[in-house]
Design a protein around this ligand. Sequence first.
Ligand SMILES: [Zn+2]
Length: 112
Amino acid sequence: MNIKSREELSKKINIEIKAITGRIKLLKETSKPVKPDNAIGRLTRMEAIGSKAISDANLSSARVRLVNLERALRRVKEDSDFGLCVECGEDIVEARLMLLPESERCVGCAGR
Ligand SMILES: [Zn+2]
């Protein structure tokens, strides 16, 4: 991957990191424990617990994504092998990296 693409990608990763950090903050708010006496408008307590479970799941996947993005950001800056598939060593197509910067496998290997 050339330097220009790397710069572009690291900018993109930074934007995504910022977005996901904001999302985590928001999800933390919605995944607070549901109090027994919570008056939540039309929502019943069961519904509140259900939506908390969804928030928890979203929160943990957002955290995983954040860790992966931070790793990708380090790699795009420091690792000369960035953009090469860890399985076959071929270039990962740039469109894939732009979409999913944390990709470590090419489409062929990831699909296996
Ligand atoms: Zn591959």
